[in-house]
Design a protein around this ligand. Sequence first.
Ligand code: CDP
Length: 225
Amino acid sequence: MFRPHIIAIDGPAGSGKTTLAYRLARKLGYFYLDTGEMYRAVTWAALHNQVDVADEKAVTDLANQVDIDVRSPSVIDGRVNDVWVDGQDVTREIRRPEIEASVSVVAAYPGVRQAMTLKQRQIGQRKRVVMAGRDIGTVIFPDAELKIYLDASVEERAMRRFKENQAQGETLSYEEILAAMRRRDAIDSTRKVAPLLPAEDAVRINSDGLTSEEVFHRVLALFDR
Ligand code: CDP
């Protein structure tokens, strides 16, 4: 069986990266890291400390100081891991719409990316990992032996997020989520540093009309070599 040290999974919001990465990590006994949670954690810290997200220097300073810890789940409530910021469990809060509205602005700052890149590489050097994000195959681990780029139409991705939000009791409409997702896609794909982009050697999968089970089985087939 093919056993890459790093499995890089990139793609836009709602493409199913998180579900795929988590299931693969469970199946293969790898560590799982959703790098989006780290950018969300910095965004949470900015909002929590009344730092203006438009203030690049202040947000970058914060990203260099903040203590972000991603660990195994402490509560059984559907979460796949815990995210702690400066000693506070923010796992649920980082999924809220106000974080989602600012995270792409924060993640576009080169200094913030530099701080997170360091942490992500350290984790990947220590253990076998399935890492999900936007730039894992292109910037963080360009030599990863397996790279997957997962995509889907923006309408389908927004519908998935709408259903997830409803299950969490959020009240945003489908149209609001679609607009927010388009905005985030635009910022993520056009930023100067590490834009959302498939690596040349990535296996590309479009998950429109596929269940997460079907995507998982397609990817598992890649290990039979
Ligand atoms: O779960 P969802 O796909 O909606 O988002 P996420 O993976 O949690 O990422 C949230 C945001 O963080 C993205 O929209 C990007 O702006 C940023 N991000 C990034 O820039 N680079 C990464 N490696 C991961 C996330």
